[in-house]
Design a protein around this ligand. Structure first.
Ligand code: FAD
Ligand code: NAD
Length: 474
């Protein structure tokens, strides 16, 4: 007979594993099934985020930043070094150690919270039965009162550019180049293209990024994306806009790329090509035809605002449903659903999910952009402040970037905050809190911020909404 669970979670990425832990904390008998196999050939929890996404990319961004600074900016501090080298194998080993520490940590958390972990492929059958096909091919059935689908996403492939895992790669391949490619081509100037393009550029690769759109980072406020683009160009990232890739092939270990741009049909050659043109929800093999869960026309699992699917008792969270494809958004949905199942209130406000791009300068934002407010004809006022006018940014030798605040013209309620600069990944949290508490720009302006900190730029941007910034002319 099938073992009975209160909650069965399919997928142990940041949406699924967090949902499973919270459900177990709430006293629900919980199982979590995941199919991911790590680099050591063993099951590895944590999904895309921990294994081949957020964490390994940030580890490499950090290593490459130290190398870049040693070569380029420490001289300003009077620090000199000779024989600067980079041991790529050691850099990758450090990254892999962090990954295994964290993925192993989830296994430990599952044990401590009494979540039953199953390695294998989960499929939702009818009547909330879940079939597990283990990696050795054996199958078993679990019976669930509630099911949480958290199957995540996979990279989008483009026509005529086939991944070969060596020369033409997705994020997973670009996290594991065993040496710095002399020439790296990147398709897509989005989040992955910029983060992983930056890693290998800092380590010495010539990086050319092909972006189909005529504009840069259209989801980002235009003042901020302009300021960031200026810095990326200085770093030598060669971003070509309006470039439509027509195909790529590998000949004698060289990637030959065809593309068209304003100058017509062209070709380029690279040692490695990273394809980073977005991700799509993944649900292949997840749902039996008669299980009762519907997909949207974009292939996402269809859910309402509380992550409930078309079948009562079945929920879906994270990258496999609508909304931004971000780890923290998925985790919040996982917690909300576990709490709803346990009879508590649970809700995620998608309007205040922060975004961060971990380049140099970092880019972070929450809420609406100026472009969006204009399109929606919402009256607004803005205030901004450059980091170059703060003592801390100058002391850190990191003067690039700015903070920009958008507030409603009549009510002064904060509608969006956008920034690029050093450590803005941390500064954005204050603005998320402010927006969650429906703060006005005056609220932020009246709060005492420590001196000297980068957060003073947030304070001054809020003052500048009312034309009363102190350390610049309004
Ligand atoms: P996933 O993490 O994709 O996990 C889904 C899991 O379910 C996987 O392990 C998968 O193998 C498993 N699975 C799927 N189907 C089945 C099945 N039928 N049976 C069993 N198991 C199944 N986001 C951020 O917020 N910050 C970042 O800095 C960031 N950096 C990123 C960098 C890169 C290079 C990439 C690729 C992504 C990054 N993201 C980042 C996005 C983030 O990784 C995703 O938003 C997040 O992992 C989504 O979580 P999830 O749990 O929904 O899905
Ligand atoms: P993306 O949507 O961020 O960027 C894709 C880019 O590729 C866009 O600029 C798009 O215009 C361009 N593009 C699409 N098709 C193209 C084509 N045929 N030729 C040239 N350009 C093309 O997608 P991504 O960078 O692959 O990242 C996927 C998602 O993963 C992100 O949207 C984000 O949700 C998540 N992620 C988040 C982080 C983070 O939070 N720091 C980091 C990495 C990934």
């Amino acid at each position: 007979m099938a073992e009975q669970f209160d909650v069965v979670v399919i997928g142990a990425g940041p949406a699924g594993y967090v949902a499973a832990i919270r459900a177990a904390q709430l006293g629900l008998k919980t199982a979590c099934i995941d199919k991911f196999i790590g680099k050591n050939g063993k099951p590895s929890l944590g999904g895309t985020c921990l294994n081949v996404g957020c964490i390994p990319s940030k580890a490499l961004l950090d290593s490459s930043k130290h190398f870049y600074n040693l070569n380029h900016s420490y001289a300003d501090h009077g620090i000199s070094a000779s024989n600067i080298g980079i041991d790529i194998a050691q850099m990758l080993a450090r990254k892999d150690k962090i990954v295994s520490q964290l993925t192993g940590g989830i296994a430990g958390l599952f044990k401590a919270n009494k979540v039953s972990a199953y390695a294998g492929f989960g499929k939702l059958l009818k009547d909330k039965q879940v079939q597990i096909t283990a990696h050795d091919g054996s199958t078993q059935i679990l019976s669930a009162k509630h099911v949480i689908l958290a199957s995540g996403s996979v990279p989008i492939q483009i026509p005529n550019v086939a991944f070969d895992g060596n020369h033409i790669v997705d994020n997973q391949g670009a996290l594991d180049f065993t040496q710095t490619p002399k020439r790296l081509g990147v398709i897509g100037a989005g989040v992955i293209g910029l983060e992983l393009g930056s890693v290998w550029r800092r380590l010495g690769a010539e990086v050319v990024v092909f972006e189909a759109m005529p504009e840069f980072l259209t989801a980002v406020d235009a003042d901020v994306s302009r300021a960031a683009l200026r810095e990326f160009k200085k770093q030598g990232l060669d971003i070509r806009f309006g470039a439509k890739v027509t195909g790529a092939s590998v000949e004698n270990s060289v990637v030959k790329l065809g593309f068209t741009d304003a100058n017509g049909a062209q070709t380029a050659e690279f040692d490695k090509l990273l394809v980073a043109v977005g991700r799509r929800a993944y649900s292949e093999g997840l749902l039996a035809a008669d299980c009762g869960v519907s997909l949207t026309d974009r292939g996402q699992i269809a859910v309402d605002e509380h992550c409930a699917t078309s079948l009562a008792g079945v929920y879906a969270v994270g990258d496999c449903v609508r909304g931004p494809m971000l780890a923290h958004k998925g985790s919040e949905e996982g917690i909300a659903v576990a709490e709803i199942i346990a009879g508590k209130p649970g809700h995620v406000n998608l309007d205040t999910v922060p975004w961060v791009i971990y380049t140099e300068p970092e880019i972070a934002w929450v809420g609406k952009t100026e472009q969006e407010l204009k399109a929606a004809q919402i009256p607004f006022k803005t205030g901004s402040f450059p980091f170059a006018a703060t003592g801390r940014a100058l002391a850190m030798n990191e003067p690039a970037g700015l903070v920009k605040i958008l507030a409603h013209a009549e009510t002064d309620r904060i509608l969006g905050v956008h920034m690029c600069g050093a450590n803005v990944s941390e500064l954005i949290a204050e603005c998320v809190v402010a927006m969650e508490f429906h703060a006005s720009s005056e609220d932020l302006a009246r709060i005492c911020h420590a001196h000297p900190t980068l957060s003073e730029a947030v304070h001054e941007a809020a003052l500048s909404v009312d034309k009363r910034a102190i350390h610049r002319q309004n």
